[in-house]
Design a protein. Structure first.
Length: 308
């Protein structure tokens, strides 16, 4: 059986009276790429922040986030610091300020490599610039790089400590299609050359379909479907996933208008009774508004809906 590097099970995140994550559950096998997808506000970044132990100060988390069988949620700050960076690294969604504008790229990566205990940080920085395809960028300042090259520099910095798991949160959404594909290709090639597993977070079904081995779909703070990417994309079992796929293909209604997913997802401040998708779901029945659906399974593929 393939080893699970990370298992998230029943993860809840609370911030005051808000509940941005209500039950996030999925796992990542060693050496694989997992996509975490869903519309804006469904809880993707909060889930990732809990995994790397960087939730907002006023947040609390319950459940299991087991990295190599140790629950990160039970760790103290010292144990977390040992894992953060050297085991799990994250490229954040708002990475704008991540590169210091007044230092050359090479020096910044060298500094991070030194902090992470590399004896020959200069050599490591050079190797990382080469591995990320920006050998010549070491002497440049961040403003002298294109968006794609800046992302490559961020990747170089994120993997400088040789982590086992890289979390990439919406890191290509500001890039054009061609550059996005180049960055995704780079990440996938680094999985092999650097021995990385990856959790990449995206709104995009197309990206998940092209670059992940497995996919977890979130709605209203819940994981609602999870499985091998090929199975989930070819035979979605949760109505939300089905609609995400059909709208991404720009399907039309019988009257010629574009298909959309009606309404909006429940906010983190709302109390959810029953299925989180009930008020948007074309197949909803009375019971959907009062009972939270449990998991249904077909091999590795699972979903939370009364149907199927
Ligand atoms: N610091 C915060 N305090 C309170 N609520 C927050 C905070 N950050 C996010 N939220 C709320 O938590 C919910 C989930 O947010 P999260 O950032 O995880 O969504 P997301 O799926 O990453 O969305 P996006 O695709 O837009 O990045 C949202 O309803 C959001 O408003
Ligand atoms: S449980 Fe009901 S509301 Fe939820 S997805 Fe299934 S049919 Fe739709
Ligand atoms: Mg986010």
């Amino acid at each position: 059986m393939e080893e699970s590097l990370l298992t998230v099970s029943g993860l809840k995140v609370r911030i005051g009276s808000r509940e941005p994550v209500r039950d996030s559950s999925f796992s990542i096998k060693s050496g694989s790429a997992k996509a975490l997808i869903g519309e804006s506000g469904c809880g993707k970044t909060m889930t990732a922040s809990a995994i790397i132990g960087l939730l907002p100060e006023n947040a609390s988390a319950d459940g299991i986030v087991a990295y190599r069988n140790r629950n990160i949620l039970n760790m103290d700050e010292r144990q977390l610091s040992a894992i953060r960076g050297s085991e799990i690294s994250m490229i954040c969604q708002s990475a704008d300020g991540a590169l210091n504008p007044v230092y050359r790229i090479g020096k910044q990566i060298e500094r991070i490599a030194r902090i992470n205990g590399n004896d020959d940080a200069a050599e490591r920085a050079e190797a990382l610039l080469k591995a990320t395809g920006i050998t010549g960028a070491g002497r440049k300042y961040p403003h002298q790089l294109s968006g794609g090259m800046q992302q490559r520099a961020l990747i170089a910095a994120a993997i400088s400590s040789s982590p086992s798991l890289l979390i990439a949160d919406e890191m290509t959404s500001a890039l054009d299609r061609k550059t996005e594909a180049e960055i995704m290709d780079l990440l996938v090639s680094l999985m092999t050359t650097q021995g990385l597993s990856m959790l990449f977070i995206s709104h995009s079904i197309a990206l998940a379909s092209a670059y992940s081995d497995s996919v977890a779909v979130m709605h209203g703070g819940f994981t609602v479907e999870d499985g091998d990417t090929a199975d989930v994309i070819s035979s979605p079992r949760h109505p939300y996933t089905e609609l995400l796929i059909r709208t991404s293909r720009l399907e039309r209604n019988p009257d010629g208008t574009f298909l959309t997913i009606k309404g909006s997802m429940p906010g983190s401040w709302e109390k959810i009774e029953g299925c989180s998708f009930a008020r948007r779901c074309p197949y909803a029945e009375k019971i959907c508004f009062s009972e939270t659906p449990g998991w249904k399974y077909d091999g590795n593929h699972r979903w939370r809906c009364i149907h199927g």
